[in-house]
Ligand binder design. Structure first.
Ligand SMILES: [Zn+2]
Length: 281
């Protein structure tokens, strides 16, 4: 879906599908794009594969989510690629979180008990404001590395921005003030902050940590006490606990997409946001 066909253009490798979607919006057919993580994979637990090393080896620029989301595979890919252009500190190494206002920022980095969000919440792709900053950052990187196409990239960014602002006006009609939900993972915190949703608890006791029976019991009590009737999850997470909670509390379960490509109708970042907001309503 995101593969370029022409030759001679900038080779862009991205980790996650939503980053690929932004590169597509800005670079279109004038960049060669490889997306190395599939929408069927949990972005926290991806394993390095030889095909990924091959893609990274040929890259002019590598763009990734950052905040340690890719800690399990990206450092080894970068090292094994022996590609100078995309080493840390080089112009071709682009941590997209550098453009973002991070939330859930901890006072100190703490990986104890396996918390997979040690530098704050990494799932900023559900925030329109942050996405616009990331897209602008991508535009500047591409323009610097391929000056001949800089005007083309900047024009596409202007189109992207105006489409985004139009969508934001439409999305403003969707607000969830007063609505309380339980979420499987700390995935929708940026969206909750922007759209007035209250996430009162999590099926995971800490991001990346499966719940114990006792923990689930306490969560069910909390849901009954606070009259919380909705659980949000994604297709990446097991249904066993979610269905058990729904059975005990009568809550309904809403399955949301986590990234571009995770449902057939989600072909880009805009349809990702549209689908999440529509399903939540
Ligand atoms: Zn996470």
């Amino acid at each position: 879906m995101f593969m370029g066909t022409a030759f001679g253009e900038l080779r862009v490798v991205v980790t996650l599908p939503w980053i690929g979607s932004l590169v597509n919006e800005i670079g279109k057919y004038r960049v060669h794009l490889d997306v190395i993580v599939k929408a069927t994979q949990d972005p926290h637990f991806v394993e390095a594969k030889p095909s990924m090393i091959l893609a990274v080896r040929k890259a002019d620029v590598l763009m990734y989510n950052g905040l340690d989301l890719e800690i399990g595979y990206l450092p080894v890919l970068i090292e094994s690629s022996r590609n100078q252009k995309i080493q840390s500190g080089m112009a071709g190494n682009v941590d997209c979180s550098r453009y973002v206002k991070v939330i859930d920022h901890p006072d100190k980095v703490d990986r104890s008990m396996g918390d997979v969000h040690p530098f704050g919440n990494p799932h900023y792709h559900f925030s329109p404001k942050n996405i616009e900053r990331v897209a602008a950052g991508i535009t500047e990187v591409l323009s610097r590395l391929d000056t001949g196409n800089a005007d083309f990239f900047r024009k596409n960014m202007a189109v992207f921005s105006s489409k985004l602002h139009g969508k934001e006006s439409a999305w403003k009609a969707k607000h969830f003030h007063g609505k309380k939900v339980i979420a499987y993972h700390k995935l929708f915190e940026y969206l909750a902050a922007d759209f007035g949703l209250t996430i009162s608890g999590y099926v995971e006791p800490k991001p990346g940590i499966p719940p114990s029976v006792a923990y689930i019991g306490r969560l069910i009590e909390k849901m009954k006490e606070e009259r919380i009737h909705t659980v949000i999850t994604t297709s990446l997470y097991p249904r066993k606990e979610v269905d058990f909670i729904a059975d005990k509390t009568g809550a309904r379960v809403i399955v949301l997409p986590h990234d571009v490509g995770s449902m057939p109708e989600i072909v880009d970042w805009f349809t990702l946001m549209d689908t999440v907001l529509t399903r939540l309503q």
